[in-house]
Design a binder for this molecule. Structure first.
Ligand code: SF4
Length: 482
């Protein structure tokens, strides 16, 4: 069975010996780094859940590709049930970790590349699909983590790739060789990169004739020669480096992002899945984005569950749980969160088979799902902040709580409902702070806005998919208008 445990996964990542620039220093030993470790634990959770008797039925699935049981995070969806189970699995991971667990990007990229390469081969006589099948069979057998890399820096937004002052502002093919290609450029906002074995590079937008060098899709190992990682900052990130961990908010898990630079990276031919076929670049982007917009219907609902649970708990700790306006605010949070999840389930249940045989989500509903995600977590956060009170922004530090004099005052003056310890109240307040304004807000809020594309991208897709003319026709029929 091709299923790894969290421990085996961590050991395999350590062997890659990745290095990154982290806050001004070139750093190895990333898995042990206090900033990186929480995010790696979140990925490790996706492995352990597949070994856990209570959850393995959801996380393990028979692969038609490698003919073995694999982790669902590497599965090519064979039915709408598979799509629904993916969202259920993501919600579960979200509520257990309270952060981004990173592994969905590669899963979404694989499903999009699988169907797009099939259709590209049909039209152009290329053999990308067979190459990709070989590659992904290996990924499944080894139970590897793959980061899907789509977002280019994009430079001047008013200019096409070829018109930029620097052609690398969109990742491109710099050189074609007999045995492969050399790529140059960068991918931004890469959440799972430092915790992955492999990278699936995809174009960032629909390329046009003349832009063949930017229409590239390929796979490279994360420790390839020429790849450089530069660690991103998050709000309150250095709290992870402090002695007392209470102020971190989420004591076990966390997220991160890196800038990934491809400085003349060689890709052998068997790992190239698009090389200039501009007419399929848009389809690949659209399919990947829609899968990832579906994914948000699971993961963000799971993190929303954490925020709702923390809000309900702090209401008890503050002694206001029975107030009708508090109950109403928590019901409102549940309504918003379940609306996100409903869209994730709906776009999965109404998915359909692609020509290649794997299943694609309903594009309209996946985009409705993500558009809701660009708004509802913000409203959930506003309500949580309202219920929790101003202490989430003014509470003394954990270090002061440990001080014999200041700590005694903090215990005395931050006591509320006597059924709860002051320190537990502080833990819950810090978790809420983490999600609405701290390091966790990068994943829960900023990523909800921009991950898998900003709201305008979903609006464009919704207007394209909604078939407004058909609705107009129905109204004309109803009213007998010629
Ligand atoms: Fe998965 Fe959500 Fe993170 Fe995307 S944002 S990788 S869907 S957990």
């Amino acid at each position: 069975m091709a299923i790894k445990s969290g421990r085996e996964y961590k050991e395999s990542i350590k062997k890659l010996n990745l290095k990154a620039n982290v806050m001004g220093q070139k750093t190895g030993d990333l898995p042990e780094h206090e900033l990186v470790e929480p995010s790696q634990k979140a990925v490790a959770f996706t492995f352990d859940a597949a070994k856990n008797n209570e959850t393995k039925n959801l996380f393990c699935v028979e692969s038609t590709l490698c003919k073995d049981v694999v982790n669902r995070f590497t599965h090519l969806h064979q039915s709408t049930d598979d799509l629904v189970n993916k969202v259920k699995m993501q919600r579960y991971c979200g509520v257990k970790t309270g952060c981004c667990f990173q592994r969905c990007v590669g899963l979404d990229a694989a499903n999009a590349i699988f169907s797009t390469t099939y259709e590209c081969d049909q039209k152009h006589g290329t053999n990308y699909h067979e190459r990709f099948k070989d590659y992904w069979t290996w990924i499944q057998q080894e139970d590897l983590v793959v980061d899907g890399a789509m977002t280019d820096p994009k430079g001047d937004r008013g200019k096409r790739p070829a018109d930029q002052a620097d052609p690398d502002l969109f990742l491109r093919i710099k050189e074609r060789r007999v045995d492969g290609i050399v790529i140059s450029g960068a991918k931004l906002h890469q959440t799972g990169m430092l915790n992955s074995h492999e990278i699936l590079v995809m174009p960032t937008l629909t390329m046009r004739p003349g832009e063949e060098l930017w229409a590239v899709c390929c796979a490279v190992p994360t420790n390839s020669k020429g790849i450089h990682y530069i660690y991103g900052r998050q709000t309150s990130d250095t709290r992870k480096l402090e002695e007392y961990k209470l102020d971190v908010g989420n004591p076990v898990y966390g997220g991160q992002e890196v800038m990934t630079v491809f400085d003349d990276v060689f890709v052998p031919k068997e790992r190239v899945f698009m090389d200039g076929e501009v007419d399929f670049s848009g389809l690949l982007v659209e399919r990947f984005a829609s899968y990832h917009r579906q994914s948000y219907g699971g993961c963000k609902a799971g993190v929303g569950d954490v925020l709702i649970g923390a809000t309900a708990l702090i209401a008890k700790m503050n002694g206001v749980a029975k107030a009708s306006h508090i109950k109403d605010k928590i019901v409102e949070m549940i309504h918003l969160n379940e609306t996100i999840y409903s869209c994730g389930i709906a776009c999965s249940a109404t998915g359909a088979a692609t020509a290649a045989g794997n299943f694609q989500v309903n594009l309209l509903l996946a985009n409705v799902c993500k558009l809701n995600v660009t708004r509802f977590p913000y409203e959930l956060s506003r309500l949580a902040t309202d219920v929790a009170g101003g202490l989430i922004g003014t509470m003394p530090s954990a270090a002061d709580f440990e001080d014999p004099v200041a700590g005694a005052y903090i215990r005395k003056y931050l006591a509320a409902n006597p059924e709860y310890e002051t320190v537990d109240r502080m833990k819950v307040l810090r978790l809420i702070e983490n999600l609405v304004a701290g390091a966790g807000a990068v994943g829960y809020l900023i990523e909800s806005m921009h991950g898998a594309g900003p709201p305008t991208a979903q609006r464009i897709m919704i207007s394209r998919q909604a078939n407004i003319e058909e609705k107009v026709t129905r109204v004309k029929e109803l009213l007998n208008i010629d």
